[in-house]
Ligand binder design. Structure first.
Ligand code: NAD
Length: 492
């Protein structure tokens, strides 16, 4: 066996062992009353939050985020997650009553229960190493699943810290799969009951194929290339400040970061001045990117755009590869260049000036990605009408992307951004499977049971007519046909 084959074998063995342990733990956890799980999850939330400073510092060390951003975009959201799911989750998990027609099928009661899927494999990226895994871990556990977390190889300590805290309170219903992409692939290959993947479109497609081959349900949250559409009546200063934040938050390493801006020609000069000013003011709060590979990709996008006639409105790529990339705004980027087409995932954006609303909408929709989009305008009705025409999973009017930490609101995309959903009751729905339970208290033989006869055909015809035409007469005819069918069955 070669060295790499031996490593792959070891990873697969480890993944199998991990899933085996989690399956055993899940059996008891999934059977606990939901109130018990809620109580233990509240305690686990406290265990994490009581050591928030420790976690925030690990996040800063791994991602170079300012401490304030560690708190604002990672830790604060964790508190909200535990509170939301513990308060609202039990109600969302209650069985629902299923409708069974009383006339045709008397004596039957149906309910639809939500059961845990089993072991959820959670594969996470490095850009929000706490907020992203936690927004799946909490509802998955609440629903009675066990979770195997595969954190990014670039932020392993944040993931390991979270799993350690959760295990201290909850025991082995949470497990850790450490390593790079091959560890993620081994985890999927080992056959979990569900995969929740957040990461790039390229990797997400590989994961989706591996899941499809095994029939494993898979939720993929992938890349983005969000556009901010600035209408001619926008509040220029507020739009510039908000879009500046949307471009630069997390140094642009945000799946719903604003990477394209389409602005109405009538306000383009004033808006551009205000945006450039905002970007330059924010420069000191923008750290260097998490990985050198990401920095090189951003540099390539900027250089390529400049080589193809784009204008640099502010920023640019510094010669020193260790220096942070300053906020960078490009204009006149041809629409077939990577800075327009591909996800850049850095503190850069391209600006396009358009003469009409239709041109603004067309520019925003000119992408294979469709995660978020925003429309900035003074008249909400008008802005909403423009927003309705944008092909994205999320549309914000006069704001952008801040909802990622709000547990009741779905975070979702379509197209190359993946169709996964995290946060919200919709996400909980995916982490459970429906189970139908029907109880029949009728004592009579069912009219559709064997043997068939002429009265059975008459009954079916009468029932269809009643459905198609309605009316008391057709209902009475159905009842008569039902009686004849009962007599037919009794005669045999
Ligand atoms: P990535 O695709 O490189 O890696 C994501 C995770 O997948 C990592 O843990 C990695 O180790 C693992 N992985 C790699 N190859 C694998 C394989 N073959 N099988 C299983 N797992 C594998 O992404 P990244 O660079 O870590 O994160 C940045 C990307 O994530 C960006 O594209 C960003 O837009 C996206 N993202 C999306 C959302 C969203 O909600 N839509 C949120 C955050 C980040």
């Amino acid at each position: 066996m070669t060295h790499s084959a031996a490593e792959a074998f070891m990873l697969e063995e480890h993944a199998h062992q991990l899933l085996h342990e989690l399956r055993q733990a899940q059996t008891g956890w999934g059977r606990r009353p939901v109130a018990d799980r809620v109580a233990m999850l509240r305690e686990a939330g406290q265990a994490i939050l009581s050591r928030a400073e420790e976690l925030a510092k690990i996040v800063c060390e791994e991602t170079h985020k300012p401490l304030v951003e560690s708190y604002a975009s990672e830790i604060l959201g964790v508190a909200d997650l535990f509170a939301y799911w513990c308060d609202h989750g039990p109600k969302l998990l209650e069985p629902r009553k299923g409708l069974v027609p009383m006339l045709d099928m008397p004596g039957k009661k149906a309910r639809v229960e939500r059961l845990p899927r089993g072991v959820v494999a959670l594969i996470s990226p490095w850009n929000y190493p706490v907020a992203i895994p936690m927004r799946t871990i909490v509802p998955a556990l609440l629903a009675g699943n066990a979770v195997a977390l595969k954190p990014s190889e670039h932020t392993p300590r944040s993931g390991a810290w979270l799993v350690a805290r959760l295990r201290e309170v909850l025991g082995p219903v949470v497990g850790l799969m450490e390593g790079a992409g091959d560890a993620g692939a081994a985890l999927v290959k080992a056959g979990p009951d569900m995969v929740v993947f957040t990461g790039s479109t390229r990797t997400g497609r590989k994961v989706a194929v591996a899941c499809a081959e095994q029939g494993i349900p898979c939720e993929c949250e992938l890349g983005g290339k969000d556009c901010a559409v600035v209408l001619r009546d926008a509040d220029i200063d507020r739009a510039a400040a908000g879009i500046c934040w949307g471009v630069l938050t997390n140094a642009g390493q945000n799946c719903a970061g604003i990477e394209r801006i389409a602005v109405h020609a009538d306000i383009a000069p004033r808006f551009t001045r205000a945006l450039v000013w905002s970007l330059e003011q924010a420069a000191r709060d923008v750290p260097r990117l998490v990985t050198a590979a990401q920095r090189d990709l951003v540099a390539r996008h900027v250089q390529d755009a400049l080589d193809h006639g784009a204008r640099l409105l502010t920023g640019g790529i510094p010669d020193d590869p260790d220096a942070p990339i300053p906020p960078t705004l490009l204009a006149d980027v041809p629409r077939d260049r990577p800075a327009w087409v591909e996800e850049s995932f850095g503190p850069i954006a391209v600006l396009e000036v358009c003469d009409t609303d239709q041109a603004l909408i067309a520019a925003a929709n000119d992408t294979r990605f469709a995660l978020g989009a925003s429309v900035w305008g003074a008249h909400e009705d008008h802005a909403e009408r423009v927003g309705e025409q944008l092909r994205s999973g999320m549309v914000w009017i006069n704001n952008h992307s801040f909802t990622g930490a709000l547990p009741d609101l779905p975070w979702t995309g379509t197209g190359a951004s993946g169709t996964g959903v995290t946060n919200s009751p919709e996400a909980l729905h995916h982490m459970t499977r429906p189970r139908l339970v029907v109880v029949d208290s009728a004592t009579a033989t069912e009219p559709w049971w064997y043997p068939y006869g002429d009265a059975m055909l008459d009954l079916m015809r009468a029932a269809v007519r009643r459905q198609a035409e309605g009316g008391l007469g057709n209902t009475l005819k159905t009842l008569v046909a039902l009686r004849k069918r009962a007599q037919e069955l009794n005669q045999r």
